[in-house]
Design a protein around this ligand. Structure first.
Ligand code: PEP
Ligand code: MN
Length: 360
């Protein structure tokens, strides 16, 4: 799969000089909502209209999609606006219906790409067609599972393949609905540079106000396009209301992304610098989160030491930590001086935190 250079040709054919933009509502709710959203989005920089026809809901009882009833509405969108149509399919029956209604792009949702049986069933159902298949990352942060899902489509002979980065479930409460975990997506990109990767800022952010920044970041990281949930009346949406934006806002975001691109003086070098800076920002964030987590553990140890009346400073333990850190750090190419400085500073902070606990 990594030597197959043609897997991503579809994206240039579809998007030309622009990044690919797939936009549309989370769910197809009514014919009126589907068509009015589509008409308000008509713009040459939006090539594909998305809508969920079958909705995978975490709990039963929420709106689960109209199913086949909504497919003629999407056909109308195609006829009236010229946009291609994308829907999510989650089993062989959905696949057959999507083929019947000549849907152009099929995507595999994050709750389906975790399941090799479902993925294989869908791959078998669409093999032999020239449909574009986009595979969202699985909900859990498992690169192998994501690659495996893509391979199942490649192995049945699908020729037009792409992936969607929509973030991962995380037990740590964070800023995002789904943690982007950039290293996993970037690993995928490095392994399979010919498979287009698009970002789904809506499901990563889970709220409107971070969509623009997330889209810009992906552009800086050389993603090939976007999937952004867009609804004519976002606040009234039957699913994912908080993260959907109006068609007008979508056009503003596109305008802004394009403008920034044109401002580059030497696009190649600036792009490269941006790429590294974005990664550094991410890593800095992770460093801070890890440091905070480490300090919290040290505080818990502090509580125990206080309870059992044990001295804060344990020289032997500290000497062991330092030794291990130096060995590991040096093997990774870091200087001994640097490791000394960092670890002494971390140690100092831990001790100060524990001493504060003793004083309480
Ligand atoms: C969606 O795109 O509406 C959707 C359900 O996404 P995900 O599979 O990423 O949760
Ligand atoms: Mn959604």
């Amino acid at each position: 799969m990594n030597t197959e250079k043609n897997l991503g040709n579809w994206i240039k054919e579809l998007a030309g000089e622009y990044p690919l933009m797939i936009a549309g509502p989370c769910s197809a709710e009514t014919e009126e909502q589907v068509l009015s959203t589509a008409k308000a989005m008509k713009d040459k920089r939006i090539q594909v209209y998305r809508a969920g026809v079958w909705k995978p809901r975490t709990r039963p009882g929420n709106f689960e999609g109209h199913g086949e009833k909504a497919l003629p509405w999407l056909k109308k969108v195609k006829e009236e606006t010229g946009m291609k149509i994308a829907i999510e399919i989650a089993n062989a029956e959905h696949a057959a219906l999507a083929l019947n209604y000549d849907i152009d792009i099929l995507w595999i949702g994050a709750r389906t790409s975790v399941n090799p049986f479902a993925v294989q069933e869908i791959a078998n159902a669409i093999q032999g067609t020239d449909k574009i298949i986009l595979i969202k990352n699985p909900v859990n942060p498992d690169l192998g599972l994501w690659i495996g899902a893509v391979e199942r489509f490649y192995k049945v002979g699908m020729k037009n393949i792409g992936v969607i980065h929509r973030g991962f479930s995380s037990f740590r409460p964070g800023n995002y609905r789904n943690d982007p975990q950039w290293p996993i997506a970037l690993d995928f990109k490095t392994k399979y540079p010919h498979i287009p990767m698009i970002i789904d800022p809506s499901h990563i952010c889970g709220r409107r106000d971070c969509i623009q920044d997330m889209a810009q970041k992906a552009l800086d990281l050389k993603y090939d396009g976007f999937m952004i949930e867009t609804h004519i009346h976002p606040d009234k949406a039957w699913s994912d209301a908080k993260q959907q934006i109006t068609p007008l806002r979508l056009l503003e975001i596109i305008e802004d992304l394009n403008l920034r691109k044109q401002n580059f003086q030497d696009p190649q070098i600036l792009n490269q610098i941006q790429f590294y800076r974005s990664r550094i920002d991410e890593l800095d964030n992770e460093l801070l989160e890890l440091l905070a987590e480490r300090m919290n553990l040290a505080k818990q140890i502090g509580e125990l030491k206080k309870e059992k009346n044990v001295a804060v400073l344990q020289r032997k333990r500290w000497a062991d930590i330092m030794l291990k850190a130096k060995q590991k750090g040096i093997s990774l190419g870091l200087s001994e001086k640097f490791i000394n400085r960092i670890f002494n500073s971390i140690h100092q902070e831990s001790i100060e935190n524990q001493e504060k606990i003793f004083k309480i």
